[in-house]
Design a protein around this ligand. Structure first.
Ligand code: M7G
Length: 329
């Protein structure tokens, strides 16, 4: 863990929700009591819009809360089918344009049908700012040797803190959100809604399975000894989602990211109909394929070149560039 990042993570600011408060409020709020916490965002001073997508209807804002760096992510949520009757009946309507059989209105829904999913990262590091900033990306092929000499030292010195993962595994945060857990220290995991999913509708269903073993960083570390773990996640994760959300396995996209942002092994479960960020071929590796590859060759992921994208001002990009791996970019 790099000094600056580690310090910044440790330097939990007075103004951000404190670790204790955050964890306590996570367990309360995540249980869905919807309690109000308006004071925190009223102090947010906007410094820069990092990304703004009209298509995805979200905006990523860098700012400060008192003197603490912070990132706020606002996202319009999908319209739930179960709210349609109330939405059409109880909203007010303003006519914007009418021509022949065509007309446009502005529909102003009741407040409880007009929410915006809001995420806060505070204190945020420079690395968080870079993660959410719109940037040019490059495709790079990482060989076994590149992993050993470039990526691994980078992971060991500069990756994001995985404290949030340990909080989940140790039941210090998001306890009420757990959908399924297997306590086995070798093949066990915790399945819960991803940070990106507000759990209001199934259209954008997104859960993650976090493994209990702490020493598996990513896909690169997977070998035949991990097959029981991977099969367990696949089977019990599917069963857990079927039981809780009635979504069958054939409607799920189950995959790992390479490179991930957080180097503690976890598996993404998203709705097949949801075009989730990071589900493209340059980043997502289907869990079922991963299992087959490791079964066919126990050290497949240690030896095989892996291709992924790098962001222009990522420090890892600079390292690959120095090694001559991005000659034309
Ligand atoms: P990744 O592949 O390491 O990173 O996935 P990326 O997809 O962000 O590039 C980590 C996953 O964990 C992402 O889908 C995050 O949205 C999710 N996640 C991150 N944090 C900090 C949390 C958290 O505190 N709680 C939960 N439930 N999910 C998180």
């Amino acid at each position: 863990m790099g000094d600056s990042i580690e310090k910044s993570q440790e330097n939990q600011g007075e103004s951000c929700p404190s670790k204790k408060q955050k964890i306590a409020s996570d367990t309360n709020k995540n249980s869905g009591d919807g309690s109000a916490d308006q004071s925190i965002l009223s102090k947010f001073q906007i410094k820069k819009v990092l990304r703004d997508s009209t298509r995805e209807k979200n905006i990523f804002i860098h700012g400060e809360i008192d003197d603490q760096e912070a990132i706020v992510i606002l996202e319009k949520t999908p319209i739930g089918q179960d709210t349609l009757v109330e939405l059409l009946k109880d909203s007010s309507l303003q006519l914007k344009m009418k021509n022949d059989i065509y007309s446009n209105y502005l529909l102003i829904p009741p407040a409880h049908l007009n929410d915006i999913k809001t995420s806060l990262i505070c204190p945020a590091t420079q690395k968080h700012v870079k993660k959410y900033q719109t940037q040019e990306t490059f495709l790079v092929e990482e060989t076994e040797e590149d992993y050993r000499s470039i990526t691994l030292p980078y992971i060991q010195s500069q990756s994001f803190s995985v404290q949030w993962v340990y909080n989940i595994l140790e039941k210090k945060a998001e306890v009420e959100r757990i959908v399924f857990e297997d306590p086995d220290p070798k093949i066990g995991f915790v399945l819960l809604p991803d940070f990106k999913w507000d759990t209001k509708q199934l259209d954008d269903l997104y859960l993650i399975a976090i493994v209990r073993q702490k020493d598996i960083k990513s896909l690169r570390d997977l070998r035949s000894e991990h097959i029981p773990l991977l099969e367990n996640i696949l089977k019990k994760g599917q069963e857990g989602i079927l039981q809780r959300f009635s979504v069958p396995a054939c409607k799920l996209r189950i995959y790992l990211h390479y490179q991930p942002s957080y180097y503690h092994l976890h598996v993404h479960f998203t709705s097949l109909s949801h075009d989730a960020p990071g589900s493209g071929v340059e980043k997502a590796h289907l869990l079922s394929d991963v299992i087959l590859n490791v079964k066919a060759n126990p050290t497949y992921y240690q030896h095989r070149p892996l291709t992924f994208t790098l962001r222009a001002d990522d420090n890892l990009t600079a390292k690959f560039r120095e090694a001559g791996k991005l000659p034309d970019c």
